[in-house]
Write a protein that binds this ligand. Structure first.
Ligand SMILES: NC(=O)c1ccc[n+]([C@@H]2O[C@H](COP(=O)([O-])OP(=O)(O)OC[C@H]3O[C@@H](n4cnc5c(N)ncnc54)[C@H](O)[C@@H]3O)[C@@H](O)[C@H]2O)c1
Ligand SMILES: [Zn+2]
Length: 367
């Protein structure tokens, strides 16, 4: 079996992202190769644990999975405390290795618990959603939500190893897979336009492996250059300014994160086009890639002023409002200031595009 390895340079030492098919059955070997001890704890959730955790544990001599409740609403302090108490009960100490198996919710939460348990213990991420493979499990950010917002408490605590077994994607609901693909489109536009071609083909196991590997390479290249997000890492926020505002304005209920990002990519494309930052041809290519990801929840009933109000509260803003990442013909341009009227127009164009039948036509009103 071919395995892809990507090395991430981190201020806490380098670690590898290993991508392949059927890797959960070979964890023992992968841990040995990485020079890691046997894990003392495997943490998953009530959905992923039964699907993949128990067999992975049996095959690789890991402890049976601790199964947390499933859902973004459980990415909270209470669960960090519950996990920490369990680790104490099980006799874990500073040298113990812990493993997170699941989507971004589990990896963010367990990574954060590992960061704060006895002031920091090593951890390994086994991402099982496309989004977690190409985004959440790579880069070292961990954290939990507060009532007042997502990821408001966290730590920078990179894992010692990431193992992405693309076989786990077989059980992922289609909608989750599509939402992850929107992040792949984003990564492709930021750093690997050729990756967009993979979206034309029907997915095979090798296809998924290639897609994940190439998207991870883009994130790793950007993150290695800028671990703490002071500059180039902002490129990965492409589509996220409007995406976050759409999620917030709809009470985090209508869109999966990736779906909101997909609309956000179309909004950013439309803004770039109006400003002449991107050629019509490249803009069509990006919009076409977004459309190919799959149908998106509609926003024909979008409250444009409500979204604008949420944009005014963007976490990545400064005194002049959010700094936008906008697509260009061969990548992105950072730090763009966009006037309220331009944003309002772009949101109205999205709304019309949705009313007219979908994301495929979102770029058309400009042309
Ligand atoms: N740390 C970072 O840099 C970073 C980056 C991006 C996103 N995130 C975080 O990631 C989270 C979102 O992650 P997500 O999209 O993976 O959501 P998620 O973890 O909630 O997973 C989505 C759903 O799929 C289920 N699932 C996971 N793997 C499965 C599988 N193989 N088969 C069947 N079902 C499976 C989960 O139980 C869940 O119900 C958010 O909390 C976000 O803040 C973090
Ligand atoms: Zn994202």
């Amino acid at each position: 079996v071919r395995v892809d390895r990507i090395t991430v340079a981190s201020e806490r030492g380098p670690y590898q992202v290993v991508v392949g098919h059927g890797l959960l059955a070979r964890l023992g070997e992968l841990f040995d190769l990485a020079g890691l001890p046997r894990p003392s704890s495997l943490v998953s959730n009530r959905t992923v644990g039964p699907l993949h955790g128990r067999s992975a544990a049996d095959a690789s001599g890991l402890p049976p999975p601790l199964e947390l409740p499933d859902g973004e609403r459980f990415k909270r302090w209470e669960q960090v405390e519950a996990v920490s108490n369990r680790w104490l009960d099980d006799g874990l100490h500073r040298g113990s290795l812990v493993v997170a198996l699941g989507g971004g919710v589990v990896t963010d939460l367990v990574g954060f618990a590992a960061a704060v348990f006895e002031r920091g213990i090593p951890w390994v991420a086994l991402p099982t959603t496309l989004l977690a493979m190409v985004d959440a499990a790579v880069g070292g950010k961990t954290g939990v939500n507060l009532d007042r917002g997502k990821n408001l408490v966290g730590a920078f605590w990179p894992p010692r190893l990431v193992v992405a077994d693309v076989a786990t994607l077989d059980t992922l609901p289609r909608r989750e897979l599509q939402a992850g693909l929107a992040e792949v489109v984003k990564a492709a536009w930021v750093g690997d336009h050729g990756l967009l071609e993979l979206l034309h083909r029907p997915p095979s196991p090798e296809g998924w492996q290639q897609l994940v590997t190439r998207a991870v390479r883009v994130k790793v290249a950007v993150v290695s250059a800028d671990e703490r997000e002071t500059g180039p890492r902002q490129a990965l926020n492409l589509g996220h300014t409007v995406g976050h505002a759409l999620e917030a304005a709809t009470g985090f209920e209508r869109f999966l994160h990736g779906e909101a990002v997909a609309w956000g990519l179309l909004a950013a494309t439309s803004l770039s086009r109006r400003r002449g930052l991107i050629s019509p041809r490249a803009a069509d290519r990006l919009a076409d890639a977004v459309a190919r990801v799959g149908p998106l929840p509609p926003l024909h009933d979008l409250q444009v002023e409500g979204v604008l109000a949420h944009l005014a509260h963007d976490k990545k803003r400064d005194r002049q409002g959010p700094a936008w990442v906008l697509p260009t013909d061969d990548g992105v341009v950072l730090g763009q200031r966009v006037a309220q009227d331009e944003i309002r127009d772009a949101l109205h164009r999205l709304r019309e595009a949705s009313a007219a039948g979908g994301p495929a036509v979102a770029a058309a009103p400009d042309g």
